[in-house]
Design a protein around this ligand. Structure first.
Ligand SMILES: Cc1cc2nc3c(=O)[nH]c(=O)nc-3n(C[C@H](O)[C@H](O)[C@H](O)COP(=O)(O)O)c2cc1C
Length: 210
């Protein structure tokens, strides 16, 4: 089996982290850079990445996460926060960033800007929120895979109260919403879940070649 498939079989949604083992700053930064490099639709990156280490804040977040122990026992909690809605300023900021990075003029990017605005700005708010949340989940997938490659454990988590997270982390005031959470750390040798066989549909049921 290829190394990457070994690593993906090694990874599992960790239920019990060993709180005595800490992911190093260097590894955390590599992981976050992988998150930052994630692809997004049009490249718009309609999300922000929050990294939480503070113990008091994590105690509060655990209460808002059905008391799941990963929230306090992992080395870090990463909250992927999407923009629940947006207007033309998000697209203008992005265009300004491209101009700076690639040395292009506003006129060079006029067509691209118009395409994004005509496709996105008239969508209903609920759809805008779903679309930006989808983008945040691509970051989640990338972080999990890269962490596995680095033999760092993770647990992706949707089992939390978004409104409470938004309040605890002050996300609403920043035009953000907690989309999904990733606990990052090292598994406890006591976590029985690591020995469970993977439950996945067989290839013939889930993959179609045409
Ligand atoms: C988006 C998402 C949300 C999840 N939420 C939780 C959660 O709140 N708590 C938890 O213990 N596991 C959670 N899981 C873990 C899944 O149950 C787990 O990934 C799935 O059963 C497959 O098992 P494996 O990841 O160990 O291979 C979540 C997984 C994903 C992808």
């Amino acid at each position: 089996m290829s190394t990457i498939l070994n690593k993906l079989n090694w990874r599992y949604a960790t239920k019990n982290f060993d709180s005595s083992k800490q992911v190093s700053n260097e590894d955390l930064n590599t992981l976050l850079e992988a998150g930052r490099l994630t692809a997004s639709s049009y490249g718009l990156q309609p999300y922000e990445i929050y990294v939480i280490k503070n113990e008091e804040v994590r105690k509060e977040l655990r209460k808002a996460s059905y008391d799941q122990p990963q929230i306090t026992d992992a080395s870090y909690i990463i909250v992927l926060a999407n923009k629940p809605t947006f207007d033309d300023s998000m697209i203008d900021d992005y265009i300004a960033n491209i101009m700076k990075v690639r040395g292009l003029s506003k006129e060079d990017l006029e067509g691209f800007s118009k395409t994004m605005k005509s496709t996105l700005l008239d969508l209903p708010d609920a759809y805008k929120g779903a679309w930006t949340s989808n983008q945040a989940y691509i970051v989640l997938g990338n972080l999990m895979t890269i962490a596995a490659e680095m033999e760092i454990d993770t647990c992706p988590m949707e089992g939390f109260d978004k409104e409470q997270y938004n309040e605890i982390l002050g996300l609403t005031d920043k035009g953000l919403n907690a989309a999904v959470v990733l606990a990052v750390g090292y598994r406890s040798s006591e976590d029985a879940t690591q020995h469970y066989p993977k439950v996945r549909y067989p290839e013939e049921q889930i993959i179609t070649h045409i």
